[in-house]
Design a protein around this ligand. Structure first.
Ligand SMILES: Nc1ncnc2c1ncn2[C@@H]1O[C@H](COP(=O)(O)OP(=O)(O)O)[C@@H](O)[C@H]1O
Ligand SMILES: O=c1ccn([C@@H]2O[C@H](COP(=O)(O)OP(=O)(O)O)[C@@H](O)[C@H]2O)c(=O)[nH]1
Length: 240
């Protein structure tokens, strides 16, 4: 069977932090990190350039501190540090597979990884490395969804993949409403207008302003990333 060429040249993958804990209640299930890494390795073998933003919800979310009466900014700093831990785990999994990967952090920690700059990111990606963007945007009150939209715009990504717990955008949260129906295609404007909470509104607005399609798919579906890159697979395409 002929290998179908990918429909995107450069993509940004937002991988759910929560997914990384697998069936555990907290932390990192290495087998899940290895599986996500295998999907990224497949994309690289197809010649697709891949940037990655990984969430931190498996370890820490800033709102948890705020809702317990603590300081939100400190909580968000802790959440951003969680994304750096996850990024290091994913780099380890990629390295095991022989995939050249680098972590660029929005928060400087030179003993551990390189600091983010757009030029550095471009140059690593041009050299064929997988670039893992750690530390979110580097600012409190943001999310890794927004960081993913921001980095997608900065690296000139053709698409932003949201690898999450569900297999697309639904008419309502499918975890709460069993009657919710899945969209094959929907526009950024419709997602915003109907308040479909698959991603935060800042991230969707930023992707819309920069004409970046968002592909929502299940990160639990092994090989799903590659399938979609070949123009097939189960997902929702958010595009104007
Ligand atoms: N309209 C919707 N369509 C799909 N998922 C939705 C929708 N509204 C809410 N969700 C929920 O959004 C979740 C994904 O967002 P989020 O919690 O940010 O996940 P992640 O851990 O991937 O960042 C899904 O698990 C789903 O339960
Ligand atoms: O630019 C950013 C990105 C993340 N965070 C913090 O990091 C946590 C983890 O990120 P997120 O909740 O987006 O992770 P995910 O839901 O994808 O697991 C957030 O709750 C925030 O506290 C932040 O302050 N600024």
């Amino acid at each position: 069977m002929p290998v179908q060429s990918p429909i995107y040249r450069r993509v940004l993958l937002k991988a759910s932090g929560e997914a990384l804990m697998g069936s555990q209640g907290f932390g990192i299930d290495v087998s899940v990190a290895d599986r996500i890494a295998a999907d990224i390795a497949e994309a690289r073998s197809m010649g697709v350039e891949v940037g990655v933003v990984i969430g931190g919800g498996n370890i820490f979310r800033g709102v948890a501190v705020a809702s317990a009466g603590g300081d939100r900014v400190t909580g968000d700093h802790m959440g951003m540090l969680a994304t750096i831990i996850n990024s290091l785990a994913l780099r380890t999994s990629l390295t095991k597979l022989g995939v050249d990967a680098v972590v660029l952090s929005a928060i400087a920690m030179p003993e551990i990884c390189e600091s983010f700059s757009q030029l550095k990111a471009q140059s690593h990606m041009d050299a064929g490395k997988v670039v893992i963007f750690a530390g979110g945007t580097g600012n409190p009150f943001f999310t890794t969804d927004s960081a993913a939209a921001l980095r997608a715009a900065e690296i000139g990504a053709d698409a932003l993949f949201k690898g999450t717990q569900v297999d697309g955008v639904y008419s309502a949260d499918p975890k709460k409403d069993p009657k919710a129906t899945r969209y094959e295609r929907i526009t950024h404007a419709e997602v915003l207008q109907h308040d479909l909470a698959i991603m935060d509104t800042a991230a969707i607005a930023l992707a819309r302003e920069n004409n970046i399609p968002i592909i929502v798919y299940s990160i639990h579906e092994q090989g799903g990333f590659g399938e979609i890159l070949r123009g097939a697979g189960r997902c929702t395409v958010v595009s104007d």
